[in-house]
Design a protein around this ligand. Sequence first.
Ligand SMILES: O=C(O)CCC(=O)C(=O)O
Length: 339
Amino acid sequence: MEQYPEFLDSTDLASDGPALRARLDRDGYLFLRGLIPAATIHAVRARLLRQAAAGGWLDPDHPAEAGIANQAAACKDPEDRYMRVFRNLWRDEELHRLRTHPDVLALFARLFGGPALAHPMFVQRNIFPQAGDFDFTTGAHQDRVHIGGATSFAMWMPLGDCPREKGALAVASGSHRQGILPTKVGAGAGGMDIAVPIPGTWVTGGFRAGDALIFQDVTVHKALPNRTREIRMSFDARYQPMDQPVADTNMVPYAGCGTWNEVYAGWEQPAGQYYWKDLPLHVVPLDRSHYERRDAMAFEMAERGDRAARDAILRIVQRDTNEAKRARAETLLALLDAP
Ligand SMILES: O=C(O)CCC(=O)C(=O)O
């Protein structure tokens, strides 16, 4: 898998909006070196590692800066033991300010030829090493089914250096030309993997702190397994032209992290809070049909005792707003976990 060729480096086009846009439209992705200063990323990484250490995620025999995982604490979103530590990481004020960094917003404005909206919701990921029977490697998927609204673009950025073997992201170049592809229940983030042969050509590469991967919401992507001893920390945020519809689910904090007031309560500076409140946004409901299909598949698999449905079932237990669905998922989770 790690034999994939390198990303095409578009750093030389970074100041040329139309050229960047033409390449993004052609390949479905852009790889840019040094979009955010490395020192800014390292400072946020240090803040998050302090929280991770306090939560028991790091091996106490190594300095926190090394980010070496305590594999006995390996956990994944949305398990309770993950969320207890994760919500402190996600709420970090300096982390939030990365996705609205002036250089990032300027880049997207050049790409869009007009003002860019950074979605208030974003994801911060902590991927423990793949070891024994623990694996939380993100499978091949498209974001469109999760993000909804008008066409949006993701920016994926590791918090620190991320060589391929630490679980770098890979994209299928050219895979964005076939619209939304059929999905199946998946085990990694989002739980909705592509169910057909992947179009395009897989590319990947090693990231240095501050490098960015930008891709369209129908570009197929996945992570490589984390084969190091470190936790792979990264964040991914979404951007779209300000005048296009945005789905309501992108306007709320990450599930399990409280309200915006609760998120901001621990911040020392107000900068960056509620930056979207006075913008003339067109907020629309998320098209949930993809989730409904995934959940129906997961129920059917779990009823057959197929443990590949476990992560999707757990996600329903933790996050679904429908009480009857949650109750059914709880029963099935107990069945799947029965010895
Ligand atoms: O970081 C990962 O493992 C997955 C990232 C992803 O799927 C995304 O940015 O959309």
